[in-house]
Write a protein that binds this ligand. Structure first.
Ligand code: ADP
Ligand code: ZN
Ligand code: ZN
Length: 763
């Protein structure tokens, strides 16, 4: 039976995207209209003819059929970019589970309706995390207006001034107070253009004092790079579109391959999207692209407002730019003639959306490329097990770069230190004898050191050392972390909801005064370096020191200028930065991420260790890497020490296949969260029964329900059910049934339910 009614959106890329209108599909047009079709329709009282796009179809009218208008005609000439984005939204909705509206909002930048006449905007100056901290503080002082504004800004970091004074009803004095606190700033519209101007200024050498070579000359691809480029371009010229996996260690010259390929494809009148995990979107990379593509390249990042993002996308649509570099969401740049999508560091978890629809940028890129007739180029030193498996199966073409592009830069030599042996020898410090010795030598040679902790945040939990009592958040099932220990700002903070309290002087259980933080964080490492090497200058880079705008760049710049000898940091310091004077990299405790309870933890650890090792010896000086660990015999550590991806892949593949994990089996996490524990439990039990029935024929495995790893956040209870099946589509079928069921379930209305296919983190 053909669908008889079409849901149509009229004003695309406006807030009205929330609203669709149902129209009858006339007999004559059945079979000629699909999702994304551009149609002419009579609209409003006067029945003025307007253009709209078909978003979905149904068999049932939502209102009186008699009064329903009919689609007048369908445009057949050409396919506007909006159509293909709507089709992409439909793919996302089906494949990842979400409403069509949410899927549309994911692919379409929305233009702000309320643009103030004054063209003023209010911008958030601090990170979301810090904003949460602030809200907790304001709550205590009952500063409701401040909270209202911050909550809005956490949704969108830049909002029109008219919204602030209007709907939000924030007084000038409140805004002033927040400006004084350096939480927000009131500025003129059009900031993003300034962002680019700042970068142009940098290129003239005004700000960047990086001693790295900056010759004006054009890099010539070496033989391996040329071979990779030739393969892609000759396929392209022969009309063949494909997905390529470019595997090469950090420094092997992948970026030059991207640039060359894009340049040649752009010369054929096509456009390119380059996805880079935001954390790796470094100044150096951007500069290389701008050097080649000048004003034709633009950059997106999360600090742009919705409006600014919209403007960037307009520039892409009207041909002002032909290359866009950005994180996940840049994937939806409305280029009318897309030629290639590049995904650098394709293994990064950041490519998976953490909000519904929880899409994976790699898969959506491949679909978008298929629809647009474009190619996809994935790059990584440590490809995801999934992608490498696809390459081994011949679904992607594998292209390899061996060694480093800069011939003088040798790969570093890596040694592994068993921390259990250190303990036996009586060494309780966080530095092994071996690492400490090398640090002393490196400092003496006036070379630089990077010390890396593969964990986010600060020291671990805080507890009573006599009875073991752990301080927990009253709203979440997590322990509190210590901030600014030993200073006047000392406090305990919950990283999940922003709750904070003073550090207690004694244990509420046993009265002991011996309360202390456990575990190692970046602050502690910094402290230890200062104690052991008082003459060394130390910089620290973590969430705490990079909250302010540009803080990130400033720290890296100082380090590049050799204003410090040691850089201590989290994963932030291992991505993509090139420091030619760094000859020693120390990984303080490699196991920290190894035993996270999800199937990707070994892969993530291997990646982090390989990246960390790749930081040493980027210039002509030979580098050394020390990996400290309690599990030296783990295959992930052994393979990382040898920098042997294949050895890791083989072991990991065996493990995934044995335990039925991707890429051998697909996993669907159904996540539920609600205010009342009993309600969430009931919903999860009901859902489980039904999921078993819906999946019975295709033998879908249902695991759970159980409480999530963190069973409560912000006073909301969290549960999860896992489904497993070899075929993705079997899981999609079950998901579709679940969506229909949830729509009519009273219990579900009181909870939030979301779907996550092949989750990259456990729940
Ligand atoms: P990757 O992206 O694989 O990490 P990059 O593209 O950043 O590697 O290259 C690492 C370094 O080698 C950079 O400093 C880059 O300028 C240099 N480089 C890359 N290719 C060449 C080449 N063909 N000739 C000279 N230098 C190169
Ligand atoms: Zn105690
Ligand atoms: Zn909390």
């Amino acid at each position: 039976m053909s669908p008889r009614y079409a849901d149509i959106i009229i004003d695309i890329s406006h807030e009205a995207i929330d609203r669709t209108f149902q129209y009858r599909v006339p007999e004559s047009l059945i079979g000629k209209i699909g999702i994304g079709s551009e149609v002419s329709i009579p609209f409003g009282r006067g029945n003025h003819v307007r253009n709209g796009y078909v978003v979905s179809f149904s068999e049932i009218p939502v209102f009186d059929e008699e009064k329903m208008k009919e689609i007048a005609s369908v445009k057949e000439e050409g396919v506007p970019i909006e159509s293909s984005l709507i089709a992409l939204a439909s793919f996302i909705k089906e494949r990842y589970g979400s409403t069509m509206i949410n899927a549309l909002k994911t692919v379409m930048p929305i233009k702000e309706k309320v643009r103030g006449l004054t063209h003023k905007e209010v911008r958030l100056l601090i990170s979301k995390e810090e904003a949460l901290d602030k809200c907790a503080l304001y709550r205590k002082k009952n500063a409701k207006a401040k909270i209202r504004l911050l909550e809005e800004l956490m949704e969108d970091p830049v909002i029109p001034y008219t919204l602030v004074t209007g709907k939000l009803n924030i007084s000038a004095s409140t805004l002033n107070a927040l400006q004084k606190e350096q939480v927000v700033v009131l500025e003129e519209e059009g900031y993003y253009r300034n962002v680019l101007q700042e970068q142009v200024k940098d290129e003239k050498g005004a700000v960047c004092g990086n001693p790295m070579k900056n010759t004006g000359s054009r890099e010539i691809p070496n033989e391996q790079q040329q071979a990779a480029i030739d393969r892609i371009i000759s396929d392209y010229e022969n009309g063949k579109r494909d997905t390529y996996l470019l595997k090469g260690v950090t420094g092997s010259g992948k970026t030059l391959v991207y640039i060359e390929v894009i340049e040649q494809i752009a010369a054929m009148g096509k456009q390119a999207i380059v996805l880079i995990p935001e954390i790796a979107l470094t100044y150096q990379t951007v500069k290389r692209f701008r050097k080649r593509f000048g004003d034709k390249v633009t950059i997106m990042n999360s600090r742009l407002s919705k409006g600014e993002r919209y403007d960037q996308f307009e520039r892409a649509k009207n041909g002002e730019v032909s290359v866009i570099i950005g994180p996940r969401s840049a994937l939806f740049a409305p280029f009318p003639n897309l030629g290639i999508i590049v995904i650098d560091e394709e293994h990064e978890a950041a490519y998976k959306s953490e909000y519904p629809p929880k899409y994976h940028a790699r898969e959506v890129a491949i679909e978008r490329a298929r629809m647009a007739g474009a190619s996809v180029l994935l790059g990584s030193a440590t490809p995801s097990v999934e992608s490498f498996h696809h390459a081994m199966q011949g679904e992607y073409q594998l292209l390899e770069l061996e060694g480093r592009a800069n011939e003088k830069a040798e790969l570093a030599s890596v040694s592994v230190v068993d921390l259990r042996e250190e303990l036996k020898l009586g060494n309780r410090s966080i530095f092994s004898h071996h690492l400490k010795g090398l640090m002393a030598e490196t400092l003496q040679r006036k070379q630089q050191i990077m010390l890396f902790i593969n964990r986010r945040g600060f020291a671990g939990f805080i507890s009573c050392r006599s009875c073991g009592y752990v301080f927990k958040c009253p709203h979440c099932d997590v322990s509190l972390t210590e901030h600014f220990p030993g200073t006047v700002r000392e406090k305990l903070v919950c990283h999940y909801c922003g709750y904070e309290r003073k550090k207690p002087v004694e244990c509420p259980e046993c009265g002991s005064k011996y309360i202390a933080g456990f575990g190692i964080g970046t602050q502690k490492v910094e402290e230890q370096v200062k104690i052991q090497f008082p003459e060394a200058k130390v910089l620290r880079m973590d969430m705490d020191t990079t909250k302010n705008k540009n803080a990130h760049e400033k720290i890296l710049e100082q380090f590049a200028n050799r204003e410090a000898d040691v850089l201590v940091g989290t994963q932030m310091i291992v991505k993509g930065h090139d420091f030619s004077n760094v000859t020693l990299v120390g990984v303080i405790a490699a196991d920290l991420t190894l035993f996270d309870n999800d199937y990707k933890s070994a892969e993530r650890t291997f990646d982090l260790l390989t990246q960390a090792a790749g930081r040493a010896g980027r210039g002509s000086l030979k580098g050394e890497v020390v990996i400290q660990t309690y599990a030296p015999e783990h295959y992930c550590i052994e393979a990382a020490a040898k920098q042997d991806y294949l050895a890791f892949y083989e072991e990991e593949k065996a493990y995934r296949s044995l335990l039925s994990y991707p890429p051998f089996c697909h996993v669907l996490a159904v996540f539920m969260e609600g205010k009342y524990y009993q309600g969430v439990v009931m919903l999860s039990e009901q859902l489980k029964k039904n999921l078993e029935i819906w999946g019975e024929k295709e033998k879908v495995r249902v695991i759970g329900p159980c409480d999530a790893t963190i069973a409560r956040i912000n006073d909301r209870y969290r549960r999860v059910i896992y489904l497993k099946h070899k075929d993705y589509d079997s899981l999609v079928n079950v998901k579709n049934k679940a969506e229909a069921y949830l729509e009519n379930s009273q219990l579900a209305k009181e909870c939030f339910v979301s779907f996550d296919f092949d989750p990259v983190h456990s729940y």
